[in-house]
Design a binder for this molecule. Structure first.
Ligand code: SF4
Length: 354
């Protein structure tokens, strides 16, 4: 039984697909390969001028293999992910040295070249040699995940395996070159990430995600990694003039160069704060008042901040300096302060007595 998936897709491609991309002209393995690598994480419209300039300077695999690496990188400048350009040249040298300057038409051999994975190898085989080979780039993953309602994130092995299975089952024996371009085009032009144009889609009648009205649920997103949780004591040390002790943080790292409150070992109990202030800061303090704690989220961890206020009996023991200084509250608020420290200093009403 013919696969209606491929048939519908090819009919659509004949009328609406992209037939005039620069790598379609004088199509060969070298041009397909360079375009495929450039298109990884980059849109077609961005790639076109880079591809044309690259081909002007490096028209074949030999010129690329022999070029100074800095020149290859400068032609890549603006496309990002520079490892791709370095890998490209490394693979070009292998093609020249080990394959006599000719790309193999076997996907397994292509996959031995640096930077060429299973899908890129298949794209080269299908587009340059017209041989049947299933591809599964980001666009194709999206189309297939939606069409078959495959749950989960494609970065997971089990999900990827299912998608490869569907990619293989739909790839036709005939018109390998067109089918490869057709499914990439459908993903880029119709089955788009945020607002798929299902009304214009040739696959709509068989698409499970569309039938469920859940198109954007597929493919699943990368699971978010739980951020580690850390805790700290922050002490508001106030002298008899109402001044507060602040410390300047080191220039790099979290809150680099900003003024913040002194921190104490999170393992301490509230009844050990007084003694710790004396030992660590040389300050003779009264009993601590605990202030409502809160959580602040950084890019890579959550910090539970437990503030405490202590009245300092003798502030002379800590001299003003670049690193640690006493400030009246109004003066402190003119400094560069991290947002949670600023709100801590401006909302003393949150105070709760120990
Ligand atoms: S019907 Fe919609 S969700 Fe399904 S493949 Fe087409 S564009 Fe994508």
């Amino acid at each position: 039984m013919p696969d209606r998936f491929a048939e519908r897709l090819l009919d659509w491609f004949d009328k609406h697909g992209r037939h005039d991309l620069p790598w379609h002209e004088n199509q060969n393995a070298y041009r397909v390969w360079v375009s495929e690598i450039m298109l990884q994480q980059t849109q077609v419209a961005t790639v076109i001028p880079y591809f044309n300039a690259f081909m002007d300077r490096f028209p074949n695999v030999q010129t690329l293999a022999e070029a100074p690496v800095d020149e290859v990188l400068s032609h890549w400048s603006g496309l990002g992910y520079y490892a791709r350009a370095r890998n490209l040249q490394k693979a070009a040298k292998t093609v020249v040295e080990d394959f006599g300057g000719e790309f193999p038409d076997d996907p397994e051999q292509l996959e031995t070249l640096t930077g060429i994975g299973r899908s890129t190898a298949a794209a080269i085989v299908a587009q340059a040699f017209g041989k049947r080979a299933a591809i599964l780039d980001g666009n194709v993953k999206r189309v297939l995940a939606r069409y078959h309602a495959v749950p989960g994130w494609p970065g997971q092995t089990a999900v990827l395996k299912q998608l490869w299975h569907h990619a293989e089952e739909h790839t036709p024996d005939a018109r390998a070159r067109d089918y490869t371009q057709a499914i990439m085009d459908l993903g880029a032009m119709v089955c788009t990430r945020s607002r798929p144009k299902c009304d214009a889609c040739p696959l709509q009648s068989g698409c499970t995600a569309h039938a469920e009205g859940e198109e954007t649920r597929y493919p699943g997103s990368k699971p978010k990694k739980a951020k580690p949780e850390k805790t700290t004591w922050m002490v508001i040390l106030e002298d008899s003039d109402g001044r507060i002790l602040l410390e300047r943080r080191p220039p790099s790292g979290i809150w680099g160069g900003l003024w913040s409150l002194p921190e104490l070992d999170p393992a301490l109990g509230a009844d050990e704060l007084q003694e710790s202030c004396e030992r660590q800061l040389g300050l003779n303090c009264g009993d601590p008042e605990l202030i409502s704690g809160f959580r602040h989220t950084f890019s890579h961890y959550h910090l539970h901040i437990q503030p405490a206020r202590l009245l300092v009996h003798d502030a002379r023991q800590v001299a003003d300096g670049d690193h640690r200084s006493w400030f009246h509250r109004d003066e402190a608020l003119t400094l560069g302060l991290p947002a949670p420290i600023r709100s801590l200093l401006t909302q003393p009403e949150q105070t709760a007595l120990l």
